[in-house]
Each structure stands twice: as structure tokens, then as C-alpha cells.
Design a protein around this ligand. Structure first.
Ligand SMILES: *Cc1c(COP(=O)(O)O)cnc(C)c1O
Length: 354
């Protein structure tokens, strides 16, 4: 039976990416060697790294002279720390938008390095909306936001206009929709949600914002050191980078970000329409802030939980249980999830209604 994988992360990747990655484990491009056993300094891997870095900038339409692409380790969580370590001096103030658990963890790390001003928070409603109408002081060192709140199913649809550098955790919606990426100064994303497998973090940084904090930064945490070493300061996660490259190639062949955005909008519209129509269910995120990637909803009558679980299991629907802090359901509709999978979930919801 086909399994429809709605997991929030690590998550579904295209079948063709799984197949190519599996092939490369056995024999990379007919070299007679596995991707797992070649040197990260080999010509074959250097070509993979170069292509991956170039493709990220191409898909995002970013200038190769202004921006650098890094493949690092430690997950998005490491960037919660690396960002203030590199950018925030002790006497400075960084501004943060508090839109959920991940944002709060980023805030907690920044507090170790300088002053943090929370310019907006939706904590009062368990993060079910995106704060609006907040002001970012012009003398702030940077503004940090989370573009998509994986746990709560909210997404920033309008980014604030500001002159201060904008830092964005795009872990769960990077490459899913067209944005003017030139308005961001540093973007980071744990790969396991829309970029590739777990084990690598993508960082895209505008070089001119670096080297200004005056802080003495340990090498392994210093973005400039990683840039100088072309993401090879230490052994990079070769397989995760290779598989991410395969996924980005798949995306490019699909028509790039604009094409996938159109499909993502169709998938989300299909599911939200059913949530709003079906009297048994209701959405948990504020309508205007609904995410195209993570759709959160609950049963109005918790007594139906078991029955719905049975129907879902019958239909091969996997990974829709909501995050433990929110409960209910969360269907993650990342780039690789086919529309048929969303239709299968809608069918399950309609079957429960009958
Ligand atoms: C999953 C997630 C993280 C944490 O990523 P790790 O790679 O596990 O550290 C951070 N931010 C967002 C928005 C996420 O969805």
C-alpha cells in the first residue's frame, strides 16, 4: 500500500531523490566508489559542493558576489547560537519576533550575547497567529524572525520593511514559495524539512554583515572561517549535502520555486477547504496566518479520535499527529508531498463524516 507521509521533519523527499541517493551509496556516478567512502576533498565531492552552493543562489535569485552559501552542522538550533555569536556585540540590542517554540529557543541563545528586545509575540494565544503592527527600532543590530512556525501552522505572509539586517529561520518553508530573498541578510534552515535529509544546515548569508561585532569568535562558530574554507573547515556531512543537491536539482527540473509554490498553494487550499467545510474539524491557526506547509487542525469531538486514526491507517496516512505542545493534527505538505496524498487525507476526513 502507498504510504502518504505527512511527517513534519525529517520528512518526505521525492521518490526519485531516494532512488538516486540509494544508487550513489552503491556506486557514485559509475566511479566504482560509494558517496559514503569518497574524500570530501576529492574532485567528485568538490563538484557536488560547488553545484549545491550555486544552485541554492540560482533558485533564490541571489547575487553570487554578495551572498555566500554554507552547509554546516548542528541543525537550525546551532544557528540560534551562531547568529548572535557572530552578529551581536554585548552593548548592542537585537530584535526578535516571538512566534513559537523555535523562536523562543533562538531568543534564549541570543540573550547570552547581548540585549534582546522582543518586538512582538503571540505567546498569549499559544502562538496561533503572527503578530502585526510591531516596530523595529532603527538602531537595532538585527531583526530575527521565523518564516514558518512548524508546530503551530502559522506563516509570515508579509515581512516587515526595515533598514536593519533581517535574519530568518526558514527551516520549514525554504524553497516552498517565491520571496524577494534579497531583503534577507542571513537565512538558515535545518535541511530535514524542505531541503534534504537531516544532518546538514543551510546558511545563506550576505557577506557584508559579517565581521562587525568585534567579538572573538571560536573558529568552528565563525561564519567567516566557514566561508573561507568553503564549508570544509572540518569534514562536511557529505551524504546529506549530496542528497540535498539531488533534491534541489529535482526542484529546478520541476520549474523552480514559482512552479512548486503554485502546487503548494493548491495542496494547502484543498486541505483548508475541507477543514472549513467538514463540521467535525476545525483549524487551529488564525486564518490570515495559515501556513502552506504545516496545516494544524483538531477534531471538535475528541471522542472521534480513535475512529479517525483507524480510517487514516486504512488509507496509509502517516505522520499527522500534532506536536505534543499543541495536540490535534498537523499535516505537513512539503514540496515533495504529492497532491494525491492531500486528497487521500481529505477522503479520510469525509469518510469519518459519513
Ligand atoms: C525543526 C525546526 C528547527 C530545529 O531544527 P534542528 O535542525 O532540529 O535544530 C528550528 N526552526 C524551525 C522553524 C524548525 O521547524
Amino acid at each position: 500500500m502507498k504510504v502518504h507521509n505527512f511527517s513534519a521533519g525529517p520528512c518526505i523527499l521525492p521518490q526519485e531523490v531516494f532512488e538516486k541517493a540509494a544508487q550513489a551509496v552503491l556506486n557514485l556516478d559509475n566511479s566504482g566508489l560509494s558517496i559514503l567512502e569518497i574524500s570530501h576533498r576529492s574532485e567528485a565531492f568538490l563538484a557536488i559542493m560547488d553545484e549545491a552552493r550555486a544552485l541554492v543562489l540560482e533558485l533564490m535569485e541571489l547575487d553570487t558576489k554578495e551572498y555566500e552559501v554554507l552547509f554546516l552542522q548542528g541543525g537550525a538550533s546551532m544557528e540560534f547560537l551562531r547568529v548572535p555569536y557572530n552578529l551581536l556585540a554585548e552593548h548592542q540590542t537585537a530584535t526578535y519576533l516571538d512566534t513559537g517554540n523555535w523562536a523562543s529557543l533562538a531568543i534564549a541563545e541570543a540573550r547570552a550575547f547581548g540585549t534582546v528586545a522582543i518586538v512582538g509575540s503571540s505567546k498569549n494565544k499559544n502562538y496561533n497567529y503572527i503578530p502585526k503592527d510591531y516596530a523595529i527600532p532603527e538602531d537595532a543590530t538585527y531583526f530575527h524572525c521565523t518564516s514558518n512556525n512548524t508546530i503551530y501552522g502559522t506563516q509570515i505572509h508579509d515581512f516587515p520593511e526595515t533598514k536593519v539586517p533581517v535574519i530568518c529561520d526558514m527551516s520549514s518553508d525554504i524553497f516552498s514559495r517565491k520571496l524577494d530573498f534579497t531583503t534577507f541578510d542571513l537565512i538558515y534552515a535545518g535541511a530535514q524539512k524542505n531541503t534534504g535529509p537531516a544532518g546538514v544546515t543551510l546558511v545563506v548569508v550576505k557577506k557584508e554583515i559579517l565581521g562587525k561585532s568585534g567579538r572573538n569568535i571560536p573558529n568552528i562558530l565563525d561564519y567567516q572561517k566557514h566561508i573561507a574554507a568553503k564549508s570544509m573547515y572540518n569534514t562536511p556531512p557529505v551524504f546529506a549535502i549530496y542528497t540535498s543537491l539531488l533534491n534541489l536539482q529535482w526542484l529546478k527540473n520541476k520549474g523552480g520555486i514559482l512552479a512548486i509554490e503554485a502546487l503548494n498553494k493548491e495542496k494547502a487550499a484543498l486541505l483548508y477547504a475541507e477543514i472549513d467545510r467538514n463540521p467535525l474539524f476545525k483549524g487551529t491557526a488564525n486564518n490570515a496566518d495559515r501556513s502552506l506547509m504545516n496545516v494544524t487542525f483538531v477534531l471538535n469531538d475528541a471522542g472521534q479520535t480513535e475512529k479517525f486514526a483507524e480510517i487514516c491507517e486504512d488509507k496509509g496516512i502517516s505522520g499527522i499527529v500534532g506536536h505534543r505542545s499543541v495536540g490535534g493534527y498537523r499535516a505537513s505538505l512539503y514540496n515533495a508531498l504529492p497532491k494525491e496524498s492531500v486528497q487521500a487525507l481529505v477522503n479520510a476526513m469525509q469518510e469519518l463524516e459519513k
